[in-house]
Design a protein around this ligand. Sequence first.
Ligand code: SAM
Ligand code: SF4
Length: 440
Amino acid sequence: MTRVYVQTFGCQMNVADSNGLAHAAWSMGCSFVTDPAQADIMLLNTCAIREKAETRVYGRLGQLKTVKDGNPGAKLLVCGCLAEKDRAVMLRKAPWVDALLGPRDYGRFKQVLSEWGVASDEPPPDAVFSLPSAEDDPGESAHAEFAHLRALVNITRGCEKFCTYCIVPYTRGPLESIDPEVIEAQIQHELRCGAREIMLLGQNVNSYHDEATGLDFAGLLVRLGAIGGLDRLTFLTSHPKDFNRDVVDALATLPNAAPRMHLPMQAGSDRVLAAMARLYTIEEYLEKVAYFRERLPGWALTTDIIVGYPTETEADFLETLAVVERGTFESAFIFAYSPRAGTPAATMSPQVPKEEKIRRLQAVNAAQNDATRRFHESFIGERVRVLAQGPSKKDPTRMAGKTGHNITVVYPLDDRTAHAPFADIVAEQAFNWGLAGRVA
Ligand code: SAM
Ligand code: SF4
């Protein structure tokens, strides 16, 4: 039986792709291992969004060369955005890689496995598919018992927004919307496998459009929200240009919509937003946020921000900082701009010096941390419902999970909680990272 090691870098979309690839391997009779030294096939699903992500992948490829030297029969397959972006250079930089498949090549995955001697007619070795290792960090093992509770379901592939800093449209190709029947069938399948939360995925879910029926994202949400047995429905990512009132109104009708929205702002300065080709002004962005707050009170708003975009001045940066300081977001992912070869921003000038990018990053992070902690403090004494992730990685004597707002909660691991998908917890302490509490 062929043993496969899978490691995933990057975003939720890559995690979903890894699950799909692993499922295809499993259907051909493969099993999974968490130690690459035990594997016949090592699969790295890679990310190219920022330089740091690339550096980590090349570092890992170096380690896997040593593993391959000890097991020369093993094959190394590199998938994902870096496989697409570095197609020409990777085989030169890491000649021990046996094959590359970009995100649009996954139709060829089974063929590659067949060429490597994996029989395609062997029945699955276990009754239930579960992937032991699809985590972002080497050696980190997923809590297999709880992994099936959250399922990722693609509704679109690709992106054609071409924000000037972003590599994704080049690596993942143009936008495609998946048929609603296919999406529904996958959700039904995940629910049968025990999923309690479904996360719909797309680079810009708001651009969902089904040609045959004219169904848009708001309509899709209503249709999927009606599926029986679905406890939590959520989605990533919304683009502020296409995010509209219909989506907010649809969410307001859905009792199982998780109360959180991720709406990347990227910058608070109109000049920078225009240079990024984001297609909205900060006023338009904040107007959409105001409608969202009015219709969906108590929801959490999260965002992505890039600091140090080329040509960003101190005045531009202070506009971004001001939006964050006003407590606009419950949480934020804040990135220093990272030049991506082949994108328009990479050759814009002037580029912001690295130390200055770091200073801006730290200032926005500090402001956001204050807002995030205040948000977490607002739950002290409240009862929150937590979807379990398994024993806490930092403290395995306690359980960890997520609220509907996506707040991490740690709570006692005991007979009541050790195997329960949900736990009702009274929040007792608030931190920047989340909450700690007792069983209600
Ligand atoms: N499609 C989503 C959107 O439009 O917001 C997210 C795509 S990307 C995987 C996630 C985030 O990475 C982006 O929102 C952006 O903040 C950040 N990002 C993308 N390219 C970047 C770059 N070159 N440097 C720094 N951050 C970047
Ligand atoms: Fe990248 Fe912009 Fe597409 Fe998001 S919308 S994936 S940031 S090009």
